[in-house]
Ligand binder design. Sequence first.
Ligand code: GDP
Ligand code: MN
Length: 386
Amino acid sequence: MRLYEYEGKEIFKKCGIAVPQGILVRTGEEAQQAAIKIDKEVVIKSQILAGGRGKAGGIKIAKTAGDAGKIAQEMLGMELEGYKINGLLVEEKLDIADEMYMGVTVDDKNGGPIAIASVEGGVEIEEVAKRNPEKIASSLINPLYGMRGYEAVNLMRRIGLTGETLISTSRILCRLYNVFASYDARIAEINPLVVTNEGEVVAADSRCEIDDNSLFRHPEWQDSRIQRIDDLWEREGAKGGVSYVGLEGNIAVMANGAGLTMSLLDMIKDEGGRPACFLDTGGGLSKERMKNGVGLLLRKAKSDPGIKVILVMVRMMVSPPDAVAEGLIEAIKEIKVVIPIIVIARGRKPYQKRAQELLKDSEVNLYSNIGEGIREAIRIAREVRR
Ligand code: GDP
Ligand code: MN
């Protein structure tokens, strides 16, 4: 999960890495107030979960508080790199003498953390790696010891730093490693790390990505993980505990288990059909998740006439048939059927029989043969007009 620049900088500050004075704002008025409070020229930085904002026009300088308000007003609501700008970081403008790069990430090849540094900052490190690989130095870190002072000094010396700057950047690198380790990051990056005209070393940007697998250790991020999913339907899915991925076709597909869902997509494709989505409710289905999944597809179908049919497959090994049937029926009752629903119910014999019994009076078309169910969905998708 990627953090916003302002969130990364809050962590930096906590961990002893200097950042510019800054205030997060959500309106033009707030931006003006922030600029008055900072009482200097300010930089206005769009808070989106993408880099390269400088080049894309997502970072502007305002000379006066009035300008800050106006610029902020224009930027808010704009779309940038596929993201809508909902927040801006208003920061004191730094007088930049020099821009550097430092980052800590996971090195897949060596299976451990690696620190990377360069005196070429403010540009993408991948670019530097291509054009001037000699300007980058890196150092593997033993996670049992953490980044030790002399390792940081050695690394920063290798990119040509000396004197005060060598000392202060090395200290920052050790702290950046601590951020990386203590927040379970996949990457913690400062680009650019700025040396100001006064000789201070300040993190002008932050890029931090937290490993999703460790979110349970960071409850403060867990809630917002869902909020920061961009796609409306993916977000709805995550709220309901199911995984949704939108596709191009006209058959909305749902199943219990990612492997089963994928296989179903392949089979539909092989028969000449076009799936409209991948929706996996996960195994051990509960009534709630069943209802959330079907409900999501029904609402999606209501808003999108491109979807012609819903195809649900449930495999009942551990998923109880009552939960499956009741979840389905409740979703239909609440949202109303707008298009045909095909349900392929398979599993242990008594489960399968029970599900058939419970669903026989509902509006769904019930199948137990997978091929038949799929072909019927494809036929409907071809013929039905909406
Ligand atoms: P990114 O493009 O999304 O990585 O955003 P950055 O925060 O790295 O900003 C891009 C560029 O804007 C930096 O490399 C700087 O050259 C410039 N910039 C950012 N903050 C300041 C600042 O306070 N003063 C000045 N003069 N330039 C800044
Ligand atoms: Mn940057």
